[in-house]
Design a protein around this ligand. Sequence first.
Ligand code: ITT
Length: 188
Amino acid sequence: MSKSIYFATSNLNKYREAENIIGKNRLKLLKKKLIEIKDYSLENIAIYSLKVLTESFNEAVFVEDSGLFISALSDFPGFATGYVHKTLGNKNILVLLEDEKDRSAYFKSVIAFKPPSKGPKLKLFVGTTNGVIVDKEKGTNGFDYDPIFQPSGSEKTFGEMTIEEKNKFSHRGKALQRFNSWLEEEYW
Ligand code: ITT
């Protein structure tokens, strides 16, 4: 068992979550800011990023694109989730939702994987997690929206969870589990 795969990302928090599921020995980091198109479909964004990346990188590699969709804000921030965190941040998201009764939101994660050129075609793995935006930040673990998102079935926000706990509930954890099962059955 000497095969390994690259995870191309600029986000080390995402990488640590992936390591926890796929295993440190099998994963390598390709630290890179990917080219991302603006599109309502996270699938299209992930496929495009991977396509551009694999024009010049010919190893087994995956990318992961994710987004937060808040019901009361008509699914904002969606494909602009990263940008909105950098600009508005959690505090202003909470202000936008002040006095709002419907706190429901979901996270979605799409993994796009491409084996080296002679292998099978591109594969997609998706995970979604429903939950609520809490009324104040809770916890200091994780990154970005983690302190304000509480998944259904938990009393904790992602910000109050360890990586192992978050992976059991999270959109990325679910997509990674599906990817990992496929790797075990079809790839390694
Ligand atoms: P890449 O280099 O892999 O693209 P990124 O952080 O820019 O890393 P995305 O383009 O997928 O990742 O942006 C999604 C944004 O959504 C991300 O920057 C966070 O702000 C937010 N997000 C996604 N998953 C999250 C999670 O599990 N916890 C908190 N915020 C999350």
